[in-house]
Write a protein that binds this ligand. Structure first.
Ligand code: CTP
Length: 477
């Protein structure tokens, strides 16, 4: 009788077998025995690897069991992992949004997700059966979790619960979703959704930092009301349209993703410097230019960390956003986001802060002159990062907001701040640039000054990202 030695299998097969065995908690030999036994019995008679759950029975009865849909040419394939949270109902809409954008969607529902929505609903909307169980003999014979992990162009996890994020960060593989996430080599986008306290918890933030370091892209969470009465804050899952755009941004333009694999930090918006708990010093920056640069860099394939001051515009898709208030918080967030291949400092950082902000609201003193506000200088984020000896991004880009002698001042700023490029613009009130939709800039580098035609802030962003891609990789964006 013929015998098979695992050692004689080719390396990639061995690797797949190893992962599969590890995720099932079996030895490689036992895994081979299980596969052979299941193959000999045949899918129709194969006993389930563990007692069928109520949910599996529902899947088996599903009339939408189309195991291998034909993906039209040019369509991207997305594996949508739906975690267990109230936001799971929004993932049903997300399936439609992705399909509207010509993406073929295949779904995995975690056990917890099935408490909120059914595999039948997800499967019906996706046009393919939804997968649920790592130990489901039928799916293992049909596609198998390694194939699920590989037969896709990207994986989207929505909602990404605190538990799923922890499993991903820790490399767990004890259910279908986590095993697939561990086995994949495709880009991963997560849309976190959880209670604000869970999001703010140090454990979740550590897991998030780890996932970012591993190259996972995030969209949201957004601020707002929670499902629980009276709970509000940061933790709502991004809206399906935002997640769909972020998924598109993962793929970038068909023309190419010249910044793929590059890490870019962008600062944006104003900073608010507290005077007391209710008052602050601010400026008119809307954040439009910085946010547009972050979005353009993400669309070009970069992993983007956007450190944003308080703005009222939407978060750009496909970027990791860190929201801050003050210049000092912005500085800390930038330091934390290092290392990076490029940093673009588009924020209008307040130069000064109040030396000792009041801990209580400062009251008027009848008949007395108002108290003078003593100011101290804020850290200069651009200059400090540019002059760093370690972890200085190879390309540092600053902005110069000037109201007179734009080019001369920008040239002086380039030298003083120690950055590589300055994007200079005239922010005199009559230009309408500060807070407006368009921009008219000069790119100042050691090689000289280029004056770009007036254009939308998106246009400036795309042109700047093209230049950054060129500088970092030698390719055109
Ligand atoms: N910048 C910074 N940190 C600061 C101040 C400015 O990172 N504390 C950055 C801005 O994001 C911008 C650049 O420095 O990229 C220039 O900002 P700008 O306000 O034009 O220059 P200032 O340094 O404030 O100089 P001045 O106000 O004297 O023109």
């Amino acid at each position: 009788m013929a015998s098979i030695t695992i050692r004689q299998l080719d390396e990639s097969l061995k690797q797949q077998l190893r992962l599969r065995a590890a995720s099932h908690g079996r030895s490689m030999e036992d895994e081979v025995r299980t596969i052979l036994r299941a193959a000999a019995v045949g899918p129709a008679e194969a006993p389930p690897a563990r007692a069928a759950t109520r949910r599996n029975e529902r899947v088996a009865e599903s009339p939408v069991l189309v195991s291998k849909p034909i993906v039209p040419a040019g369509h991207k394939r997305v594996l949508l992992i739906i975690g267990g949270g109230i936001a799971a109902y929004k993932s049903l809409d997300l399936i439609r949004r992705l399909r509207e954008r010509h993406m073929a969607v295949r779904c995995i529902l975690t056990a917890a997700a099935q408490e909120f929505i059914t595999p039948l609903a997800a499967g019906a909307l996706a046009g393919e059966r939804a997968f649920t169980d790592l130990f489901d003999a039928a799916s293992e014979l049909d596609v198998g979790h390694i194939r699920l992990a590989r037969d896709t162009d990207a994986i989207v996890v929505a909602p990404a619960t605190a538990d799923l994020m922890a499993k991903m960060a820790g490399g767990h593989a004890n259910d279908l979703a986590s095993a697939v996430l561990l086995a994949t080599n495709r880009p991963i986008l997560i849309a976190p959704a959880m209670n604000p306290a869970m999001w703010a918890n140090g454990a979740t933030q550590r897991n998030l930092a780890q996932l970012m370091q591993d190259g996972v892209v995030t969209v949201g969470p957004n601020a707002g009301e929670m499902a629980e009465a009276g709970e509000a804050g940061l933790g709502r899952m991004a809206e399906p349209l935002e997640i769909a755009s972020a998924t598109e941004a993962l793929f970038g333009d068909e023309g190419g993703r010249p910044l793929a694999g590059k890490r870019i930090i962008v600062t944006s918006g104003p900073t608010h410097e507290p005077i007391d708990p209710v008052r602050y010093i601010a400026n008119r920056s809307s954040g439009r230019q910085g946010h547009a640069i972050a979005a353009a860099a993400a669309a070009a394939g970069a992993k983007v960390v956007l450190v944003s001051g308080p703005v009222s515009i939407p978060d750009p898709p496909g970027v990791r956003i860190v929201k801050v208030e003050s210049a000092r918080a912005m500085f800390e967030a930038v330091e934390t986001a290092l290392p990076a291949d490029c940093a673009v400092f588009a924020a209008a950082v307040a130069d000064w802060r109040v030396a000792t902000p009041g801990s209580e609201k400062i009251k008027k003193q009848k008949g007395k002159a108002p108290l003078p506000l003593a100011l101290v200088e804020n850290p200069d984020i651009l200059a400090t990062i540019s002059h760093r000896k370690v972890k200085r991004p190879p390309l540092v880009v600053g902005f110069a907001a000037e109201t007179e002698n734009v080019i001369e001042n920008a040239k002086a700023k380039l030298v003083r701040k120690g950055c590589d490029w300055i994007v200079a613009n005239d922010v005199s009130p009559e230009t309408g640039i500060m807070g407006g939709e368009t921009n008219s800039v000069h790119l100042v580098t050691a090689a000289g000054v280029e004056t770009w035609p007036p254009q939308s802030k998106d246009g400036v962003a795309r042109a700047l990202v093209a230049r950054i891609a060129n500088a970092l990789t030698g390719e055109q964006a």
